[in-house]
Write a protein that binds this ligand. Structure first.
Ligand code: PGA
Length: 254
């Protein structure tokens, strides 16, 4: 595990973008798992800027959506796909054939899971998985109590996440279920990039790094992933006991 702490959100986003690009370029398989949410938006902007200035060619990259709310797809304002279309796929004019994304409006959500698993296999596994973290430690829609052994599945959304999740929508929405990659998928990704920004994430980052690894706190499992890199801004890092003075070999400030 490596932890990178930046003073600002923008610096954090720039560093994470650089590393994602290097990891993708060095990888033989080119499947990037992409998360929606507020946190990775700055990193996507950095990647887009590099493509637009032709510093970066991503024509061989393929994309996999991390999760989606049940009952929604890209046509629903506020859905995961809707945000990623706006923040990433449309600005880069990514052909939909290069993207696999859960359709939460599908009548057969189990079939959506099977299609996703096929897409992952077809592309040689996930090269890099980008993740945010929920205030309760969820990753994707793997809420506290979810088995670490699950692959893609339909998930029940915790009360806390149903409330917090309203921030993505202009009108109140029913968010009782979702469809998500499982923790087993994420643990099989070659590299995992976990991003957290702001002081409201400081407590969960501290717990994720310091508490016992347990299904009660899904993000703790990532500590067992040998290719984990965590990116924090000063707000998200502020409660964690390692800091500039502790000389942790895997902690970098910049
Ligand atoms: P956020 O969401 O980036 O909008 O804070 C993270 C998450 O819930 O996984």
């Amino acid at each position: 595990m490596e932890i990178f702490v930046a003073d600002t959100y923008q610096q954090m986003s720039m560093k994470a973008a650089q590393d994602v690009i290097h990891l993708m370029q060095a990888s033989q398989n080119k499947l990037l798992c992409i998360a929606s949410g507020d946190t990775p938006a700055g990193m996507y902007k950095e990647i887009i800027a590099k493509v637009k200035t032709e510093e970066l060619d991503i024509t061989d990259w393929k994309f996999l959506g991390l999760d989606e709310w049940a009952g929604m797809n890209g046509h629903d304002e506020g859905s995961c796909r809707y945000h990623l279309d706006k923040q990433f796929f449309y600005p880069l004019q990514i052909n939909t054939e290069r993207v696999s994304f859960f359709n939460g409006r599908a009548t057969d959500l189990e079939k959506e899971c099977a299609t996703t698993e096929d897409f992952i296999k077809q592309h040689g596994g996930i090269a890099v998985a980008i993740l945010g973290i929920g205030l309760n430690g969820h990753i994707g829609m793997n809420e506290p109590g979810t088995s670490f052994l699950l692959y893609s599945h339909v998930a029940q959304i915790s009360q806390e996440t149903q409330t917090v999740g309203q921030k993505y929508f202009t009108t109140a929405r029913q968010l009782s279920h979702g469809i998500t990659l499982g923790i087993a998928n994420l643990m099989e990704a070659r590299h995992v990039i976990l991003l957290a920004s702001g002081s409201n994430k400081a407590a969960i980052i501290k717990k994720t790094l310091e508490e016992e690894i347990s299904e009660k706190l899904p993000a703790t499992v990532l500590r067992q992933h040998t290719g984990l890199k965590i990116y924090l801004d000063a707000g998200a890092a502020q409660l964690h006991s390692i800091n500039k003075n502790h000389g942790c070999p895997n902690l970098y400030w910049y």
